[in-house]
Design a binder for this molecule. Structure first.
Ligand SMILES: [Zn+2]
Length: 449
């Protein structure tokens, strides 16, 4: 079926060209009486992609990677392996140092004597790195902005905080979470490198680290993108986290409500891919797309759903549906091309206030905290997003501000902030002190009735 969507995004051209090429190849082969051989060859190509995918998942989710936990050799080794893959695929390096985007995040370490008390821990700096590569748009008529395709490559290591198996010390291989998405990221990169002439926008590939510790790699990238990129230039972000368990062709496309146009763009591509996509939801979710959405970028998170091995040591490679992972990656490739070639802007849709916030407190400030905290480790609550119509936005709070005081209280951590919110009455006003570009600014916030 021919849709308006295909006309307006120039998809027909590619499909026709591909069709012409395929049919002339078939004609030649038919002349040689080799149509059957051709059919076998194309199945072979598909299965080699699936085999490659499976091998990539198996490598990342091997016990030798130690569950890719924070500060483990296995995580460093995985990042270095990804650098080699990015290079072999032919992506251009786009990190701070080659493909590498090193960062230091402040991470809360629980007190071993009282592991359940979130206030008893200690914040310590942790080093990690994202892996960043890029495909330059090869089409003649280029468009402004870039597409970011991402997946996190870290996981829970030996368990502990974040594991759903309390007290179990065992390698958490994270085959679905998120070797599956990382392998899919490589699959998309291989595909788009071969299609770079079709692209009107550059496509960036980012393998994020320390997602499991609070989206630390992605929030760092959004705050300080590499290669001279500004987050405002990101036209859309496509995230793959847990895409290895495709069942009955059912795929969740979360964040489908983060731009008005997503449904029209994604639904026909899902249909072509014979995937039953559930498209919807705002851009806040429990993965790296949240960091981009908070900064005003339309996002999608591809997700094959949760399961009983989620965040357990049993999330292993032999449970991965490799063919399904490749099918998701192929869809993401198509969405990336459609998005890279769309001339009109996407209409970003603000999230409605999150219900959990409403339930916990009588008031809301309308901000999104950056869990990584200020990059120099100084105390305060760093804002990765501000809803313009919320009380904070109305008072003049901006993304990047660091809240250090509210009323009489000093704000050093997110817990301090929550404590103030929990005792604040609707209709009250309060001075909020922020550090902005190194200077203290006091803003008067009026909380809604
Ligand atoms: Zn996870």
């Amino acid at each position: 079926m021919r849709t308006r969507f295909q006309e307006s995004f120039g998809m027909d051209h590619r499909r026709e060209a591909a069709g012409r090429l395929a049919s002339s190849v078939v004609a030649l082969l038919a002349l040689a009486g080799a149509t059957e051989a051709f059919a076998q060859a194309s199945t072979g190509a598909l299965s080699s992609t699936v085999q490659q995918y499976q091998a990539d998942v198996a490598w990342l989710a091997d016990d030798a990677r130690e569950g890719r936990g924070m500060q483990s050799e296995g995580l460093v080794e995985s990042g270095e392996w990804l650098i080699d893959q990015f290079r072999a695929i032919g992506l251009e390096p786009a990190g701070e140092d080659g493909y590498r985007d090193p960062f230091v995040a402040q991470v809360m370490f629980p007190d071993p004597d009282q592991p359940d008390n979130p206030h008893a821990g200690e914040r310590r700096p942790v080093e990690a790195f994202n892996v960043v590569g890029r495909i330059e748009a090869g089409a003649k008529q280029r468009l402004e902005g870039v597409i970011v395709v991402g997946a996190h490559y870290d996981h829970l290591g030996m368990g502990g905080e974040g594991s759903l198996e309390a007290g179990v010390v065992a390698i958490h291989n994270g085959a679905d979470d998120n070797a599956s998405g990382t392998a899919a990221l490589l699959t998309v990169a291989r595909d788009l490198v071969s299609r770079s002439d079709e692209l009107r926008r550059d496509v960036w590939f980012v393998a994020f680290s320390l997602e499991e510790k609070g989206l630390l790699g992605s929030s760092t990238f959004v705050r300080e993108p590499t290669g001279g990129l500004e987050v405002e230039e990101v036209y859309a972000m496509l995230n793959m986290d847990m895409v290895g368990r495709l069942t009955d062709d059912k795929l969740q496309v979360l964040g489908g409500g983060s731009a008005e146009e997503w449904d029209d763009i994604v639904a026909p591509l899902c249909e072509e891919a014979r995937l039953e996509c559930k498209i919807g939801g705002d851009g806040f979710g429990s993965s790296d797309q949240s960091s981009f959405f908070a900064a005003g970028v339309p996002v999608l998170h591809f997700f094959t759903g949760t399961h009983s091995e989620y965040h357990k040591s049993s999330d292993d490679a032999d449970l991965i549906n490799a063919e399904g992972g490749v099918r998701v990656a192929t869809l993401v490739s198509d969405v990336a091309v459609a998005t890279a070639n769309r001339a009109e802007p996407l209409t970003y849709v603000e999230a409605k206030e999150r219900q959990s916030q409403r339930m916990a407190f009588k008031v809301t400030l309308g901000i999104v905290p950056d869990y990584a905290g200020p990059s120099d480790g100084s105390p305060g609550l760093l804002l990765s997003g501000v809803r313009p119509e919320g009380p904070g936005g109305q008072a003049g709070l901006e993304r990047g501000d660091i809240i250090v005081g509210m009323g009489d209280a000093e704000i050093a951590t997110i817990e301090d902030y929550m404590k103030v919110l929990s005792t604040t009455e609707p209709g009250s006003t309060m001075p909020v002190t922020v550090v902005r570009n190194g200077e203290r600014v006091v803003l008067e916030v009026s909380f809604e009735e």
